[in-house]
Design a binder for this molecule. Structure first.
Ligand code: S3P
Length: 426
């Protein structure tokens, strides 16, 4: 797909539902008793992988486009699937479902696409094994396919070396079935959608500092839920409006949970003009409309506890930093190397191809802004966030940019290119 410079952006849009919350609504709804009704569900390939896995385990899920109905059967209502469970490209599906499957009274093999079969799964195998789970990596390389033998689980206090909501959530979900309390302590707080949504379903879960605590035994009951817009998808439009001169856009109903809103803080640190309007609450998750106006950006330092709150936005932030005056340092972000692609290497290589001054470090990037960018051929590595980042970057660069495997945006944002195009102004 080819992109070139646009004069300005203007207009309003609503981004699709939050990916993390959409996944969790299916999983928790399946384990609850009774009906769960989800509005604003993200119809991206990752969330459809989660629906497909639970359907194969005997849960009736009606997907009518925007609204999804899940006929939950309670925590012990899942049945053995006929074959392997395919998690596609989705790390969230693979890791969270492992916590649930570890405690069933049947055995399952989990697999996924080429990218999933390279991503680290030891990070969930270790804590789940401490709880009594039996999980083997089929090729003994710490990756999927995973062979999970359902077992009796015990509570644990896991000190996670990484701030990862997928690890935390896998352990908490296993904790629903354990014979005692489960605690997960992280170096920094990661997104807390599992804690919020499980608690809305009736689970006894709370947070103390960087520790999430779950006591098993409470029944889970179906609920009605409206999923807010995904800030990780809004991030591409926020950056686009900031870097393209004379732009002004309004993004309606975006989730601004404080464990996810790091990009908004960074925009302010970079002198970006982002205003929150109509702040409210959607099913326990804070939301707002975001008004963005193009701005003269300046470099900043992004490190420490803010990193988990913007981890998926870092590719777009790195590209945005190329349009800022001065240097931007991204540190403490080694997790970027184990996402859908090695996002430090892929961002550095592709931004350089467009003429940017970017250096790769062990745990981030050094971006010296201010050099004009030019078009290039961008290999997205089939990573949805890389493709969307460069579609936006190309709109502020001279000449043409070709994005390879551009259709990978379907993983998290099927209508991305048409939504972006609708904002173009002459
Ligand atoms: C997610 C957690 C994050 C994030 C991913 C979704 C989740 O991953 O990058 O896109 O829904 O829990 P990690 O837990 O590996 O940081």
């Amino acid at each position: 797909m080819i992109f070139s410079k646009v004069r300005r952006l203007a207009g309003e849009l609503t981004v699709p539902g939050d990916k993390s919350i959409s996944h969790r609504s299916i999983m928790f709804g399946s384990l609850a008793d009774g009906l769960t009704e989800v509005r604003g569900f993200l119809q991206g390939a990752d969330c459809l992988s989660t629906i497909s896995c639970f359907t194969k385990m005997g849960i009736t899920i009606e997907n009518n486009g925007d609204t999804v109905l899940i006929h939950g059967k309670g925590p012990k209502g899942l049945t053995a699937p006929a074959g392997v469970l395919d998690c596609g490209n989705s790390g969230t599906t693979t890791r969270l479902i492992s916590g649930i499957l570890a405690a069933q009274d049947f055995n399952v093999t989990l697999t996924g696409d080429e990218s999933i079969c390279k991503r680290p799964m030891k990070r969930i195998m270790e804590p789940l094994s401490m709880m009594g789970a039996h999980i083997e990596s089929k090729y003994n390389n710490g990756c999927a396919p995973l062979e999970i033998t359902g077992s009796r689980l015990h509570g644990t206090h896991y000190l996670s070396p990484v701030a990862s909501a997928q690890v935390k959530s896998a352990v908490l979900l296993a904790g629903l079935y354990a014979d005692g309390e489960t605690r997960v302590t992280e170096p920094y707080v990661s997104r807390n959608h599992t804690e919020l949504l499980l608690s809305a379903y009736g689970a006894d879960v709370h947070t103390e500092g960087t520790t999430a605590i779950l006591r098993p035994g409470n029944p889970l009951e179906g609920l009605k839920l409206t999923v807010p817009g995904d800030i990780s998808s809004a991030a591409f439009f926020i950056a686009a409006a900031l870097i393209i001169p004379d732009s002004e856009i309004l993004i309606r109903n975006v989730g601004v949970n404080p464990t996810r809103d790091g990009m908004l803080h960074v925009c302010r640190m970079m002198n970006g003009n982002v205003t929150l309007l109509n702040e409210t609450n959607e099913s326990g998750e804070p939301t707002a409309d975001l008004l963005i106006r193009s701005s003269a950006l300046k470099g900043t330092v992004i490190e420490g506890s803010i990193i988990p709150t913007l981890i998926d936005e870092l590719p777009m932030i790195a590209a945005m930093a190329c349009f800022a005056e001065g240097t931007t340092l991204i540190r403490d972000a080694a997790e970027l190397k184990v996402k859908e692609s090695n996002r430090i290497a892929v961002m550095t290589e592709n931004l350089r191809a467009m003429g940017a001054d970017v250096e790769e470090t062990d745990d981030g990037m050094i971006i010296r802004g201010g050099r004009p960018l030019h078009g290039a051929v961008i290999d997205s590595k089939k990573d949805h966030r890389i493709a969307m980042t460069f579609a936006v970057t190309a709109l502020a660069a001279e000449g043409e940019t070709e994005i390879l495997d551009a259709d990978c945006v379907n993983i998290s944002y099927p209508g991305f290119y048409s939504d972006l195009h609708r904002l173009f102004r002459k």
